[in-house]
Write a protein that binds this ligand. Structure first.
Ligand SMILES: [Mg+2]
Length: 373
């Protein structure tokens, strides 16, 4: 993994640390650089800068710093489109490069022959819609049923930027693995079938020592941002999320400045940006991709060819997991998006309802198979 990071908290909130969206740009990380580059030309590409380069460069002078904050804000706008226009040629090209996982279902099943499918699901924007109030990002009963059914047949993990307890409270299924705080807080099913869940008692918290610091910074952020109407700070234990969803766009730069200013006293923390959210998290090299690798290892598939990980997510923090799958040369990355985005995922689904349909088809296929054999 490179030292660019990742995140997604409580909302649809994901982030590659220091990632700036720019038109027609490309990914610079070593893994991504080797990937085919979609040739869409709209407002979608991302430039990913290493923390070392980005943060130091930002501090060169005030002008650069201001530019940086504006870049975050512009990036949030670009990653949170609100309208779907008729398909442009670029969009059609993108869909050809990232076909619908529903449309390609038979091919996907073919690729899984002789392999154990392991399912990884982001939460916000993947299982639940992105809503104005992150506390109300509820998944539907039907979606919960689909996830429950999938977990009956395949080891299944929720990988979210939210703190583990919070995402568990939304999903309400004890038979799953949960990787909260962008994978920095991993726990297995309470009463899992060990044949399916391997070392189900796992509890892994690689950033545990940062908790007191995060709590301090949470208090500081609450104080600094309270004068901005609509700003919401969420403590996700190993990741602090500042939500912009309810803030007037005219105040986004002010809010971003306030969040950024907190970091100067905490060199061991870094800032990342996502869909209407800025997040502060430890500078450890850990992300959703690392969480995916850890969970596969825990399930006994660390170096196995007999596994087909399927990772579904909607945001930049999920890109780290997509890149891990590319690097391993196995599994499927599925990006949830109605719009063209530069991504390391191979397939796409437009919105959570399609994710549900995909999960339901996986279950139907497995049930049919069980009846035949
Ligand atoms: Mg998400």
């Amino acid at each position: 993994m490179t030292n660019q990071s990742v995140v997604d908290c409580a909302s649809g909130i994901n982030v590659v640390a220091m990632t700036v969206a720019l038109a027609n740009s490309s990914l610079f990380s070593p893994v991504a650089a080797a990937l085919p580059k979609p040739s869409f030309g709209g407002s979608g590409g991302y430039i990913t800068l290493s923390r070392t380069n980005s943060i130091k460069n930002i501090e060169i002078n005030n002008g650069e710093r201001v530019k940086r904050v504006h870049a975050w804000v512009e990036s949030m706008r670009a990653s949170s489109p609100t309208r779907k226009s008729s398909l442009s040629d670029d969009h059609k090209t993108w869909i050809l490069q990232h076909p619908s996982a529903l449309g390609m279902f038979e091919e996907i099943i073919e690729a899984s022959k002789g392999k154990q499918i392991v399912v990884f699901l982001d939460y916000d924007g993947t299982l639940s819609p992105i809503v104005e109030d992150p506390e109300k990002a509820f998944m539907t009963t039907e979606m919960r049923e689909a996830v429950r059914d999938v977990a009956k047949y395949f080891p299944t993990a929720i990988v979210s930027g939210r703190c583990r307890a919070k995402v568990h409270n939304f999903v309400k299924l004890s038979e799953l693995f949960y990787a909260g705080s962008h994978g920095m807080d991993i726990k297995g099913p309470a009463n899992g079938d060990k044949r399916k869940t391997g070392n189900h008692g796992i509890l892994f918290q690689p950033a545990k020592e940062f908790v007191p610091m995060m709590n301090n910074v949470y208090k500081i952020l609450m104080e600094k941002t309270k004068i901005i109407p609509g700003a919401k700070v969420e403590n996700n234990k190993f990741c602090l999320s500042v939500h912009f969803r309810r803030v007037d766009e005219k105040l986004w730069v002010d809010l971003a400045e306030k969040v950024k200013s907190v970091l100067k006293d905490y060199p061991k923390l870094r800032l990342t940006q996502g869909r209407k959210v800025l997040e502060i998290r430890p500078t450890i090299k850990w992300d959703k991709g690392k969480a995916l690798e850890f969970l596969l290892e825990s399930l006994g598939y660390g170096n196995s060819d007999d596994v087909l990980p399927v990772y579904i997510g909607d945001d930049r923090t999920d890109e780290d997991a997509f890149k891990v799958l590319r690097k391993r040369g196995q599994g499927l990355g599925i990006l949830v998006s109605k719009f063209p985005k530069e991504t390391a995922a191979s397939y796409s689904l437009e919105e959570p309802i399609e994710v549900m349909q995909f999960l339901q088809r996986l279950v139907e296929w497995k049930r049919t198979l069980a009846n035949i054999t």
